[in-house]
Each structure stands twice: as structure tokens, then as C-alpha cells.
Design a protein around this ligand. Structure first.
Ligand code: EPU
Length: 420
């Protein structure tokens, strides 16, 4: 397995460009299953997760071509069964359920396995499908949904931890070809949901209200092919902004949608980092006296759970006591034990991390456990004295396109050691 070695303490400067959004690309690629006609999607990042999604589409019978960031999918004749072997590597595989149900009126998809960031149920997805008139059965590790016809309905998708992103995506994709009008109450408002709705509307769907808590979908008889550019990855952008805060001499993150990262730039500004926001670029400058912060993760437009680990890395080196509460995935703290091995002082109290900022972190061998926790370890390694060796780098490759190369372009001393 590849490792990443970071020689810490080398300041970053210059600019980098953000890749297309992983969490937009995945449901948008799944949505290409909704039409027999070809679709072309630009800006799809080269990640193992997007690769897995294309493997699923190919398994289902789609013709797929990929040339750098552009993916063409032609799903003329497709099946409706995605077995464990093809879906097990990625939880987001679940978002083929909606389009398969919409188009084929049936789907069998193996249930995604456990996940280190916590229990990840799909009860709200299934409740939504039932609301459209589908029968749902979970047996033999598979979820099977089928309906002679789907009928629009009012569906509330708000759960104990707030709205569901992929649940909202799944529901939109099933409802676009249903008879009548579907109203999703308690919908997720994330920019990736809006991007998917825009893609579906370009295919001929009639969706209004994406980006608000209520989405209204008027079913249509068929969708057609289209072409689309996915939005920039706001979590990659945020990760680089934190890199600039933790170890920068002034860096600029380009190809960014400032509104999408507002909660992140607000948090960084509250810590005392000068943040300069232009049209599609944000610069961050160092501050030798950064302050502690109280931070809670919340559904968009709140501070994203996907940036919590990276902020913990930053706050471990800012003066004072920071308090971080994770409201989306209360157990998403796998990075804490590893950061402590690098000298961070943090205590977990339920879903809250209490962080006492330290002056220095120390390089150490650490283990990546999930995508965002791994990014946090890399960020801590940029700041730490000595060498940090991050193993299980495949977690990073799931969601960051060329992270090591981009950091290197900014001046980080970082190298990937290929597995023998
Ligand atoms: N939930 C339920 N029932 C459901 C679905 C979700 O109780 O049926 C709960 C979850 O357990 C969680 C909360 O609702 O407590 C929100 O989960 P959500 O469904 O929104 O998560 P998701 O759609 O499975 C997406 C992103 C995640 C991101 C979350 C939250 C993709 C492919 N994944 O997951 O991204 O953390 O939304 O914003 O879009 C990542 O990129 O590293 C990542 C994990």
C-alpha cells in the first residue's frame, strides 16, 4: 500500500486550482442511467470513488468513455441489479437505487457495508421510495425496490440528524419519472443537490426549489441526453484553505465558489486568519496569533462535517481551548487518536472534541482511517517538526485528486512512496 511522507515545517505559497466535486460527480454519474441517450459530464475528478461509480455503470450495461475529466455515458440498455462485488467499495453506490427505480421500476442493490465514520442507515431513502409507491424488501444483504408505477407524493426526508444528502438525491432521481408531483420536505440544501437538480433539469426534468428545504418535482415521461460541468469541490477547497492557515505564507485557492465555502471562510476568519474573497478565488494569509474556536458541524449552509477533521488539525495548533461538536456523524473522530500521537492535546466527550492548542506537533507514523481523517493527518504533517508517515493512503485517493502533487506545487515537502 502506498504511503505519504511529509517533511513538516516548509511554508506553503502560490496558488492551486480546485478539481470538480466528488460528491456532485457521483450522483450525477448515477443520474445518467435515467436516459437511453448519451450524456457528457465534464470536470469529473480522477478518484477511486468516481472510478468505482463508473465500474457500477459498466456493470449495469452502460457504455462509458473517460478522457481526462470528461466522462461520456450511454445507458441504452441497462440491467437493474448491482451486486455486492461492485458496490461494496463505496457507500455512495446507494445512489444508483433512485435512477434504477425511476427508469426500470425495479432495482436490487447490495447494501453498503459499515463505515468508520459511524452508523450510516438508509431508512430515509427507503421511506422515500415507499412514499412513491414502491415496495421495499431487504434480504440477503440486498435492498430490492420495485413498483409497477411510481406516483408523486409528499415525502418528509428529515431524520434524527437532519436532512439526508444522498437520500434527497435518490428521491429526486426516482421522482423525475413518476406520475404527478412529488414534494420533498426537509430536503438537503447542499450545493451538490443543486448541481444534480440542474443536471436533471437539463435532461428534461421539472425540478424546482433545489437548494431550499422543499423541492417540487413534476414527473415527466422521459429524459434525454445532455452535457454538464460539475461544480468545484468545496471540501477540497476548504482543505487547501486550512493548509494555507496551518502552514501558509499566503496561498490562493482558485476555481472556487465562495458562497459554497462561506461557513469555512467564516470559521477561519474567526480564528484570526486574513481571508480575501474574490470572484472565484480565495486567498488566505498567515496569522502568528490565531485564536481558538467553538465550532459545530451542521447541514449546509452550516459548517460541513466533511471539514471537521481538518479543522481539528488546525485548532490543535492555535492558542487556547477550542470546542468542536459533530452534529452529523457523532462518531466521526477517528483522527483524534492519530493527532494525539503527533502531540495534539484533545479529549473526546461524546460528540464533542475539546482541543487545547499546542505550540508544536511532532512527525510520527500515523494511519489514515477514512477520507477526511486522512486529510487532517496530512495537514498536521505539514506543520509538524520532522517526518510524518501517513499509511493507508488509498483513503485519500478516494476523494482528493492529486493531493500530494498539489501540495508539492505549493512548496510542501511531500512524497508518495509506492508500495513495493
Ligand atoms: N441518515 C439517516 N438515515 C438515512 C440517511 C442518513 O439517519 O437514511 C443520517 C446519517 O446517519 C447522518 C445524517 O443522516 O447522521 C446525514 O447523512 P447523509 O445521508 O446526508 O449522508 P450521505 O448522503 O450518505 C453525504 C456525503 C458525505 C457527507 C454527508 C453529510 C456523498 C457521496 N457523501 O453522505 O461525504 O459527509 O453527505 O454532509 O455525497 C465525504 O465526502 O467524505 C463524505 C463522507
Amino acid at each position: 500500500m502506498d504511503k505519504i511522507l511529509i517533511h513538516g515545517g516548509h511554508p506553503l505559497s502560490g496558488s492551486i486550482k480546485v478539481s470538480g466535486s466528488k460528491n456532485s460527480s457521483l450522483p450525477i454519474l448515477a443520474a445518467t442511467l435515467l436516459t437511453r441517450e448519451p450524456c457528457v459530464v465534464h470536470g469529473v475528478p480522477d478518484l477511486s470513488d468516481t472510478h468505482y461509480m463508473l465500474q457500477i455503470l459498466i456493470h449495469l450495461g452502460a457504455q462509458v468513455e473517460r478522457a481526462s475529466g470528461t466522462v461520456s455515458v450511454s445507458a441504452d440498455n441497462i440491467g437493474s441489479v448491482a451486486p455486492y462485488d461492485v458496490v461494496r467499495k463505496m457507500r455512495a453506490s446507494i445512489c444508483v437505487l433512485g435512477p434504477l427505480l425511476g427508469r426500470c421500476k425495479e432495482a436490487t442493490v447490495s447494501l453498503p457495508g459499515g463505515c468508520v465514520i459511524g452508523d450510516r442507515p438508509i431508512d430515509l431513502h427507503l421511506k422515500g421510495f415507499e412514499g412513491l409507491g414502491a415496495a421495499v424488501r431487504v434480504e440477503g444483504g440486498n435492498v430490492k425496490v420495485f413498483a409497477p408505477k411510481l406516483t408523486g407524493a409528499v415525502i418528509n426526508l428529515r431524520g434524527k440528524f437532519g436532512p439526508t444528502v444522498l437520500g434527497t438525491d435518490n428521491m429526486m432521481m426516482a421522482a423525475v419519472l413518476a406520475d404527478g408531483v412529488t414534494v420533498i420536505e426537509g430536503a438537503a440544501q447542499e450545493p451538490e443537490v443543486v448541481d444534480l437538480a440542474n443536471f436533471l433539469n437539463k435532461m428534461g426534468a421539472k425540478i424546482e426549489g433545489a437548494g431550499t428545504r422543499r423541492i417540487i418535482i413534476e414527473g415527466v415521461a422521459a429524459l434525454h441526453g445532455t452535457e454538464h460541468d460539475v461544480i468545484p469541490d468545496r471540501i477540497e477547497a476548504g482543505t487547501f484553505l486550512v493548509a494555507g492557515a496551518i502552514c501558509g505564507q499566503g496561498i490562493t485557492v482558485k476555481r472556487i465558489e465562495p458562497e459554497h465555502v462561506r461557513s469555512i471562510t467564516d470559521a477561519l476568519a474567526s480564528c484570526g486568519f486574513p481571508v480575501n474573497i474574490a470572484d472565484h478565488a480565495i486567498s488566505i494569509s498567515p496569522n502568528g496569533e490565531a485564536k481558538a474556536l467553538e465550532l459545530t458541524t451542521d447541514p449546509y449552509p452550516g459548517f460541513p462535517s466533511d471539514m471537521q477533521a481538518q479543522m481539528c488539525a488546525l485548532l490543535s495548533t492555535t492558542d487556547g481551548i477550542s470546542v468542536v461538536t459533530e452534529n452529523i456523524f457523532p462518531q466521526r473522530y477517528m483522527h483524534v487518536a492519530e493527532l494525539k500521537r503527533m502531540g495534539a492535546q484533545m479529549q473526546l466527550e461524546g460528540a464533542t472534541a475539546v482541543i487545547q492548542g499546542v505550540d508544536r506537533l511532532f512527525g510520527a507514523p500515523v494511519m489514515a482511517s477514512d477520507l477526511r481523517a486522512s486529510a487532517a493527518l496530512v495537514l498536521a504533517g505539514l506543520k509538524a517538526d520532522g517526518i510524518t508517515e501517513v499509511s493507508r493512503v488509498y483513503h485519500i485517493d478516494r476523494g482528493y485528486e492529486r493531493l500530494d502533487e498539489k501540495l508539492s506545487e505549493l512548496g510542501a515537502h511531500i512524497e508518495r512512496v509506492k508500495a513495493a
